[in-house]
Design a protein around this ligand. Structure first.
Ligand code: ATP
Length: 231
């Protein structure tokens, strides 16, 4: 179940956002996708999900088209967080879980488990608009993982979180990997990638400048240079 991108290009008019990108994202690992603002990370995720069609190239996973045939097997934390502000946390998480084929009783059980884990069980009956941005992000993370996806795509999952919540989310990401989930996350910060990932890609203007195993990349380029490339 390797996620494969082969010579993928995305153009918006004459502007090339992703340029001839080939990637292999191994299963049951955490893969880091680094790059400065505008490097093309979100656009790549959107093509993997089938939200955007690539201009050229092939994307495959699990023997098929990821976004169109297999979206129930994918979890996605979008960069632009989107929850219904007036709905209560449990109401909307149940709604989102049902869209992905979960039964209500199972969804409720999983929601309780995740809220306990994130130390916010009392949020179940709070409206989303009553929560801080960081806590809304945790709820959005729960909505991405509730249906136990096989492939989890996280767009800047740690941005805007305080250090305690960053640690909590990192621990959850590691546990999900250990339970067999394949995870890709984007970040501007090399330290998150160093801590969590075995492999990574650094994008620059839509093209990969580095792609491979973290320890081999560090050996080749040195730790400091990898950080500079990721900026
Ligand atoms: P960030 O960290 O800021 O989210 P990113 O690496 O995710 O950056 P993208 O959001 O993929 O980068 O954007 C890559 C480039 O494509 C940017 O220059 C952006 O302005 C452009 N772009 C993205 N979506 C569109 C669109 N729908 N129409 C035109 N240009 C777009």
């Amino acid at each position: 179940m390797t996620l494969r991108l082969e010579k993928v290009t995305k153009k918006f008019g004459s502007f090339t956002a992703v340029d001839d990108l080939s990637l292999e994202i191994p299963e049951k690992q955490i893969f880091g996708f680094l790059g400065a603002n505008g490097a093309g990370k979100t656009t790549t995720f959107r093509m993997v999900l089938g939200l955007l069609d690539q201009t050229k190239g092939e994307i495959s996973w699990n023997g098929g088209d990821v976004g169109y045939d297999q979206s129930h097997l994918i979890g996605y934390l979008p960069e632009e967080r989107g929850l219904y502000p007036k709905l209560k946390v449990q109401e909307q998480l149940v709604y989102l879980a049902k869209l992905r084929g979960m039964k209500k009783a199972e969804a409720v059980q999983q929601i309780e488990r995740w809220l306990e884990r994130f130390k916010v069980p009392e949020y179940k009956n709070k409206k989303v608009e009553e929560l801080s941005k960081g806590n809304q992000q945790k709820i959005q993370f729960i909505s991405a993982v509730l249906h136990k996806p096989k492939l989890l795509i996280l767009d800047e999952p740690f941005s805007g979180l305080d250090p305690v919540n960053v640690e909590m989310l990192k621990k959850a990401v590691i546990d999900l990997k250990e339970a067999g989930t394949s995870i890709v996350f984007s970040s501007h910060r090399m330290e998150h990638v160093e801590e969590l990932c075995e492999s990574l890609c650094i994008l620059h203007h839509g093209s990969p400048v580095v792609h491979g195993k973290l320890n081999e990349i560090k050996k080749t380029f040195g730790k400091k240079n990898v950080r500079v490339m990721a900026d």
